[in-house]
Design a protein around this ligand. Structure first.
Ligand SMILES: Cc1cc2nc3c(=O)[nH]c(=O)nc-3n(C[C@H](O)[C@H](O)[C@H](O)COP(=O)(O)OP(=O)(O)OC[C@H]3O[C@@H](n4cnc5c(N)ncnc54)[C@H](O)[C@@H]3O)c2cc1C
Length: 446
C-alpha cells in the first residue's frame, strides 16, 4: 500500500484485544482512531465482585483517555459503530458519521446468548458490563431488604432464592461469592430473616461444573460449592423462564433472581462485513487474524473465530484477545514498513483458573494443577497483576485484604437509582432490560 498521507488505523472496541492493539501501535507512524461505545476499559474477570458488592466499579474500570493520555497518535471516539462498508474502506457510526481506514481492527467482543429464547432476556440478568453488575447488586441486596419485610415465610423464601444458569467460571465464581455473602457477610445484619437460609442453585446442562477444566478440578470445585451450601443441578437444562420463576427440567423454582451465565454469541461484525461466521456468529479469520476477502481488515478476541491448530476455535478468554491484539499490531507495523509476510498467530496458553469463595480455587497450568488455598492465592496475585493500572491494583488489594480478615464487604451500598430502576422493572416486567450493556455508558466512577 503506497500512501501520500499518514496511514489511518481504526480500532473498534477498547476491551482486552483493542486496547492491546492500540498500545502495541504506540510507535507506529500512523493516525489511530479508537472507537468504543463506553468511555472505559473494563476488567471483566472481576465483574462478579462488583455484582456481589465486594468491589466498586472504579476498581475494575479505567477511562480509555486516562490509559492512552500519553499516546499522541491515538484519537478516542466514544461512539457506537453500527456497520461497515469494506468496499469503500469505511465504518459507520451511530451519529451518522463515517470513518475511513487503511487498516481496520474489529475487537467488539461477545454478548450473552439465550439460545434462541429471546423472551427469557426480560426475566434474567446477565453480567457483561458495569451496568449489568450494578443491576445484579441492586437485585441481590434489594432481595434481602424486601425479604426482611416479607408478609409470609413463603414470600421470604421466594425472594431469597437465587438461580445461576451456567457453571463456567463466571457462574461458579458468582455462586461461591453469593453463598458467602449470604452465609457470612450478611448473616447478622437482619432481624426477621436469617440470610443463611438463602437458597442458591447453580444449574448446568452439561454433566459437570467448569467443563473446560480437567475432571479432577471440576470435582473439587463442585465439592467446594456444596460445602458453601450451593445446590448443584448438573445435566439439567433450563426449559422456561418467566416473571415469577423458571423450570429446570420438570422442576419449577419460584424466584425473580435468575442470573444468566450460559452461552455467548459474538457481536455482529461478521454481518457488517458480509463474511462467513462460525456457529456463535464470530468472524472466521485466517491464520494471521485477517478477514478473508477483506484486505486490511482484522478481527480479534471474542468477535473472531481462530483455529487452535487442532480443528477447534480458540477459547473466549482475555489472554487470547490480548495476544491477538499485540500480534495484529505487529502485522500492521510490518506492512507499513513494506514487509508483507507474517508468521501465523499462535496462542500461548499460560493456564486457566477459577475461585470458589474467599479461600478456595482451582488452577490448571497444563504441567501443574492446583486446588484449594494455593490456587486461590495464585488467582488473586495473577488478577492483581493483570489489572490495568496501579490505582486499580492498590484499591483491589486493600478491598480484598479488608474483606478477607473481616468477611466484610467494602461497597455494600444499594443506590436509590438502582432500586428505582429495579422497582420499575418489577412493576412492568414487559419493559425489558438493557441488552448486554448495549446502553452502558457509565463512567468508571458510575
Ligand atoms: C463476567 C465475565 C468474566 C470473565 N472472566 C474471565 C476470566 O476470568 N479470564 C479470562 O481470560 N476471560 C474472562 N472473561 C472473558 C474475557 O473477558 C473476554 O474473553 C475478553 O473480554 C475478550 O476481549 P475482547 O477485546 O474480544 O472483547 P471485550 O473485552 O468484551 O471488549 C469489547 C469492547 O468493544 C466495545 N464494543 C462492542 N460493540 C461495539 C460497537 N458496536 N461500537 C463500539 N464499541 C463496541 C465494548 O464496549 C467493549 O469495550 C470473562 C468475561 C465475562 C463477561
Amino acid at each position: 500500500m503506497t500512501l501520500t498521507r499518514r496511514p489511518r488505523i481504526v480500532v473498534v472496541g477498547a476491551g482486552f484485544g483493542g486496547m492491546a492493539a492500540v498500545k502495541a501501535l504506540k510507535d507506529a507512524d500512523a493516525d489511530i482512531t479508537l472507537v468504543d461505545r463506553t468511555n472505559h476499559h473494563l476488567f471483566q474477570p472481576l465483574l462478579y465482585q462488583v455484582a456481589t458488592a465486594a468491589l466498586s466499579p472504579a476498581d475494575i474500570a479505567t477511562a480509555d483517555r486516562a490509559l492512552l493520555r500519553r499516546q499522541e497518535n491515538v484519537t478516542i471516539l466514544m461512539e457506537e459503530v453500527t456497520g461497515a462498508a469494506p468496499e469503500r474502506c469505511i465504518v459507520q457510526l451511530a451519529n451518522g458519521r463515517e470513518l475511513s481506514y487503511d487498516y481496520l481492527i474489529l475487537a467488539t467482543g461477545a454478548a450473552y446468548s439465550f439460545f434462541g429464547h429471546e423472551e427469557w432476556r426480560a426475566h434474567a440478568r446477565v453480567l457483561k458490563s458495569l451496568r449489568d453488575a450494578l443491576a445484579i447488586r441492586a437485585e441481590v441486596l434489594g432481595a434481602f431488604e424486601r425479604a426482611e419485610q416479607a408478609e409470609s415465610p413463603e414470600e421470604a423464601r421466594r425472594l431469597l432464592t437465587f438461580v445461576i444458569v451456567g457453571a463456567g467460571p463466571t457462574g461458579v465464581e458468582l455462586a461461591g461469592t453469593l453463598a458467602e455473602l449470604a452465609r457470612s457477610t450478611l448473616a447478622r445484619d437482619f432481624r426477621h430473616i436469617d440470610p443463611r437460609s438463602t437458597r442458591i442453585l447453580l444449574c448446568e446442562a452439561g454433566p459437570r461444573v467448569l467443563a473446560a477444566f480437567p475432571e479432577s478440578l471440576s470435582d473439587y470445585a463442585a465439592d467446594a460449592l456444596r460445602k458453601l451450601g450451593v445446590e448443584l443441578r448438573l445435566g439439567q437444562s433450563v426449559t422456561a423462564i418467566d416473571a415469577t420463576g423458571l423450570m429446570i427440567g420438570d422442576e419449577r423454582i419460584e424466584t425473580r433472581n435468575v442470573l444468566w451465565c450460559a452461552g455467548t454469541a459474538a457481536r455482529p461484525a461478521a454481518r457488517w462485513l458480509g463474511v462467513e461466521a462460525a456457529r456463535n456468529g464470530a468472524v472466521k479469520v485466517l491464520d494471521d487474524c485477517s478477514v478473508p476477502g477483506c484486505p486490511g481488515i482484522f478481527a480479534i478476541g471474542d468477535v473472531a473465530s481462530h483455529g487452535d491448530g487442532s480443528g477447534n476455535p480458540l477459547p473466549g478468554l482475555a489472554p487470547v484477545a490480548k495476544q491477538q491484539g499485540r500480534y495484529v499490531a505487529g502485522v500492521i507495523k510490518a506492512r507499513l514498513a513494506g514487509r508483507a509476510d507474517s508468521v501465523p498467530f499462535r496462542y500461548r496458553d499460560f493456564g486457566t483458573m477459577a475461585v470458589i469463595g474467599r479461600s478456595r480455587g482451582v488452577a490448571d497450568f497444563g504441567w501443574m494443577r492446583l486446588t484449594g488455598f494455593f490456587a486461590w492465592l495464585t488467582w488473586s496475585l495473577v488478577h492483581l497483576m493483570l489489572l490495568v493500572d496501579f490505582r486499580s491494583r492498590l484499591a483491589v488489594y486493600l478491598n480484598w485484604t479488608w474483606a478477607w480478615f473481616t468477611y466484610g464487604r467494602g461497597a455494600r451500598l444499594l443506590t436509590q437509582d438502582g432500586l428505582e430502576e429495579l422497582e420499575g422493572e418489577h412493576r412492568a416486567p414487559a419493559r425489558g432490560r438493557p441488552v448486554d450493556g448495549d446502553q452502558d455508558r457509565l463512567s468508571p466512577g458510575g
